[in-house]
Every structure is written in C-alpha cells, then in structure tokens.
Design a protein around this ligand. Structure first.
Ligand code: G3P
Length: 287
C-alpha cells in the first residue's frame, strides 16, 4: 500500500505491460508510467518479432506502440502515462505536434513527451494550447528547466512535467541529483505549474534521495521499484544522507524565470546524444 508519508508520485519507467502489472501487485499502488522509444524497442513482443526477421512498417510500429500504451493505460486508468514523439535533430515542431496530437488521442491519461530543444519547446507551447499535457524530456540543465517553465507559463497544474535525466549525468562523473535539488530550488520562485519528474534513475539511492528532496514524481525501472517494495517502501526522513561518492557537484545557478524561453541557452551534448539514441532505437524496429 502507498505509504501515508509519501508525497512523491511513483511511476514505472518501462515499455512492457507485464512489468506494470507485477509492480502494481508488489507495491500495492502505482501512480503512472513513462515510456520512450528505447523502452518500446526493448518490449519482449517487439524483440521476438525483430529476432524472427520481421521488422515493422512505420504504421505498424506506431500501432504497436499504441497497443502497448492502451494496455498500460487499462492497468493504470487513473495514472499518467507518458508517450514520446519521434524526434531527431531535423524533426520540426509541426511534425512533433501532429504525432503528439495523435498519441494523445490513444488514451485518456496521456502525457506527451517532447525533447527539451527549440523545436520541442515550440511543439509543447502549441500542444498545451490544444489541450494536451506534456512531459519535457532529455533535460540536463537548470537553463533547460527554466526554458520549460517559461515556454509553458499559464498551463494548468498537472499539464507540464520536466524530466531531468540524472543517471546520464552520473555517467559523466557529475552528480545528477544536484540537478534535481537545483531545479526544485529554482522553481520555488515560480508559480508551481511545472512538476519535476526525476528520470534516468539507476539506483535505489537515486529514488530515496528524490523522495527526500520532494521531487513531484519519480520514474524508476522495474528492478528498482521491486527493490524498493522488497525493502518495505521506505520513505527517507532527515536522517537519510545521499552518498555522492566521487561525483562532481553541479552548483546551483541564480536563474530568473521571467525571461522568454528563447533567451535561455538550452544546448547540451547529452540532449543531442539522447535524441540520437532514441531515434536510432526506434528506427532499428522499422524495415
Ligand atoms: O526515464 C528516462 C529513462 O528511460 C532514461 O534512462 O537509464 O536510459 O538513462 P536511462
């Protein structure tokens, strides 16, 4: 059952509905799920098909994604389900918006993921005006989170998530959890319309520290949620301290949230790399 002192919403990060089912059984609750092109490419039914040499057509792969999302949504009818548009470095905002609108029609509880790049932010602005909910993904800096805030100003609470990817910063020797601390601190000066979704969680300590920091949402892979369940769903208090090991601190910056989104420097190498990986994993499914 959901611990009474748990304020953060817990999402599963994955593309396999059988994991969703098992986690709901193990934890006794689950608040939502995030998917992405890489996770869908790892779905066991998709893998079997590819191993048999039967790649998908462009239409078939979207139908497959829709079927997976429909099944997850039926398991989590009151949860939020993030569905990601296709984007590579040349994808235009209009294309992302069109695909996002289609994906939003699949289920009643979709949150559409757009990358935190200029075209993604343009698409998100438009998407919100069409009544979609968005999750801005591949966020690696406080400036990107400020741009998400500015681009989505006026949106209703619950309509905008930002997903800082902490594990990929750790991979580079930087303390990804600092980014969560910094964004939460920066957003305290704002109106609260963007919710922080801690993503790219790789360890139970990422999860526990995100709970302690008061992240609005944490998404974690199956193995980490299972471990959290096996440990009895601990919610850390003041006694908990996160061991940063040899990771380099990411200092907090004093960034005003009042600028136009295009005034922030939103470039980051890991965002570009992330786009490449998502698009190539997706394309690997297509004949
Ligand atoms: O939630 C984002 C996540 O799927 C990315 O995780 O482990 O590939 O960095 P990872």
């Amino acid at each position: 059952m959901r611990p009474v002192n748990l304020k953060t919403r817990i999402f599963l990060d994955g593309g396999d509905p059988s994991e969703t089912k098992e986690i709901i059984g193990r934890l006794g609750f689950l608040d939502g799920q995030t998917t992405n092109p890489t996770l869908i490419s790892k779905n066991p039914a998709a893998r079997r098909r590819i191993e048999q040499g039967k790649k998908f057509s462009k239409e078939e792969v979207l139908d497959f994604y829709r079927d997976v999302v429909l099944e997850i949504s039926s398991l989590l009818p009151r949860g939020s389900i993030s569905v990601e548009v296709y984007a590579d470095a040349s994808t235009k905002a209009e294309e992302m918006l069109q695909e996002g609108r289609e994906m939003f029609s699949w289920i009643p509880n979709a949150q559409i993921k757009f990358p935190t790049i200029s075209e993604g932010l343009k698409a998100a602005e438009q998407a919100l005006s069409h009544g979609l909910r968005v999750n801005m993904t591949l966020c690696f800096t406080q400036e990107q989170a400020a741009a998400v805030y500015a681009a989505t100003k006026g949106a209703k609470k619950g309509a905008v998530f930002v997903s800082p990817f902490i594990g990929r910063l750790d991979d580079k020797g930087e303390n990804g959890m600092d980014l969560i601390y910094n964004i939460i601190g920066m957003y305290r000066e704002g109106d609260g319309h963007v919710e922080v979704l801690t993503a790219s969680v790789r360890s139970i300590d990422h999860l526990l520290y995100a709970l302690k920091l008061g992240s609005d949402i944490v998404t974690a892979p199956f193995g980490i949620l299972r471990e959290w369940g096996d440990r009895g769903l601990p919610v850390p208090g003041d006694e908990y301290s996160y061991d940063t090991g040899s990771l380099k601190a990411i200092p907090i910056k004093d960034i005003a949230l009042t600028k136009d989104w295009s005034a922030y420097d939103i470039s980051h190498g890991l965002t570009d790399k992330g786009l490449e990986r998502f698009s190539s994993d997706w394309n690997s499914l297509i004949a």
